[in-house]
Design a protein around this ligand. Structure first.
Ligand code: SF4
Length: 437
């Protein structure tokens, strides 16, 4: 029996948990440092007591930027086997988190299988599942019903839950007064907004926030405070609705910490590049340095089919400016449920953004593999290059598809390989191109 309910409670009691030790090892930091950061709320270790297959990861200040992959069964695509293949791919390419966003039928079969097999942390949005789980229409769902769904996910072993507790009456009022191009683009946020407007009630996750926290505390579920009013186009970013909700999230962060519940805060959305850094600073300031989980930001609205790129640009700037956790975006964003190739493209784009930011942030050992790659390129050692490549299979396939005559070059410049030429000269040798033609 452990002497604490949550990682945060343990940290406050001065206990270094097994999970903290694992995170410390992965991050090349001392366990005491991790404990201090968890105590302050600057690092969260989402790790449900019932998720036995997890390999714990920390999210927050000074740690590697983590990425999340969204998956799940939808009404238009109920292929369980395919969703499991996507899970395998997410794990293979190093996603630290998988969010099950299933919103069709009895979702717990997929979720329990996922929790059983996944070393990655698992997140959910209980609001998506409410209608299917309770088999009730939105208007008939009561506040107590929503809490039942939260308890069900928590007891199954979900590590973090997106709860849109910040879209309360005050935030709705600011959003309605200001008006927007894209209104609400958060799925959970729009459902809550609809429920609040139809019933005339306050947001149940806000009104009964203490009860939600009690459930999360029991299983050590990290609350991921959802941003229902995140901008859905660059014209709506940093507006009154977004900032009003952010102020509520700052408040809710403190209340969760008082109950030793670990917190992450979710952020935009769509946003022009020049606004990203200020938004990251604002979030960290208002939410007391809680880990920041960004959903993009997509830096332009006009590239459907390429939104893994628009979001990787925004994600890299966001993470370099303080965001700790990136939600991947696939080329299928805004268009359809991603297929397995889209999932891979999304993962790679997001991993690149996270890694580029870690280099800029001087995260311990972030440059190690880049330095190894430089050495391998210097020697034109292809096998060494493939080994450190983020996507070894693709790098190898491209190289082998047009093999060079001389393996100390590639088919781009052939004998005029700049690396080969310089190496030969520095070795005191001559370079003669005509004799080699
Ligand atoms: S041939 Fe050109 S592109 Fe290929 S390794 Fe040499 S310098 Fe680089």
């Amino acid at each position: 029996m452990r002497e604490y309910k949550t990682q945060m409670e343990a940290a406050k009691k001065g206990i270094i948990t097994e999970e903290m030790k694992i995170v410390a090892k992965k991050e090349y930091l001392e366990p005491e440092k991790i404990m201090e950061l968890v105590k302050k709320g600057e690092v969260a270790i989402p790790c449900n007591i019932n998720h036995k297959s997890i390999s714990p990861e920390g999210i927050g200040t000074g740690l590697r930027t983590k990425i999340n992959v969204n998956l799940g069964i939808s009404g238009d695509c109920k292929d369980y086997e395919m969703e499991m293949k996507k899970v395998d791919m997410a794990i293979k390419y190093g996603a630290e988190a998988i969010m099950d966003l299933s919103n069709y039928g009895k979702t717990n079969k997929f979720r329990t299988e996922l929790i059983e097999k996944s070393p990655a942390m698992i997140g959910t949005v209980p609001m998506y599942d409410a209608i299917g789980y309770l088999e009730k229409d939105l208007l008939d769902i009561t506040a107590e019903d929503f809490l039942r769904v939260v308890r069900a996910h928590a007891s199954e072993g979900v590590d973090f839950m997106t709860i849109h507790a910040g879209i309360n009456r005050r935030a709705v009022e600011a959003f309605m007064r200001e008006g927007r191009e894209m209104n609400i683009v958060s799925r959970g946020g729009s459902l809550l907004f609809a429920w609040m407007m139809m019933t005339g009630n306050e947001n149940p996750f806000y009104e009964f926030y203490d009860d939600v926290l009690e459930i999360l505390r029991e299983y050590d579920v990290t609350i991921s405070l959802g941003d229902a009013l995140r901008p859905g186009c660059i014209a709506d970013s940093t507006d009154a609705g977004q900032i009003s909700e952010l102020i509520e999230l700052g408040n809710l962060t403190k209340r969760a910490w008082e109950k030793d519940v670990q917190v992450m805060v979710e952020g935009p959305g769509h946003m022009a590049m020049n606004e990203i850094e200020a938004n990251m600073k604002l979030q960290k300031r208002i939410c007391h340095n809680a880990p920041f989980y960004v959903l993009g930001p997509l830096v332009t609205d006009i590239a459907p089919g390429y939104d893994h790129i628009t979001s990787a640009i925004g994600g890299a700037i966001a993470a370099a400016s303080g965001a700790d956790f990136l939600c991947y975006v696939t080329p299928a964003e805004h268009l359809r449920l991603p297929d397995i190739d889209d999932v891979k493209e999304g993962i790679m784009a997001s991993k690149i953004a996270a890694h580029a930011a870690d280099i800029a942030k001087n995260v311990p050992h972030a440059r190690d593999k880049d330095n190894e790659m430089a050495k391998a390129r210097h020697k034109v050692e292809w096998e060494d290059m493939f080994k450190v490549a983020m996507d070894e299979e693709k790098a190898r396939r491209y190289f082998e598809s047009v093999p060079p005559e001389d393996r100390h070059t590639c088919s781009m410049c052939g004998k005029m390989c700049a690396v080969r030429t310089t190496n030969l000269i520095l070795e005191g040798k001559k370079v003669e191109f005509c004799s080699e033609l």
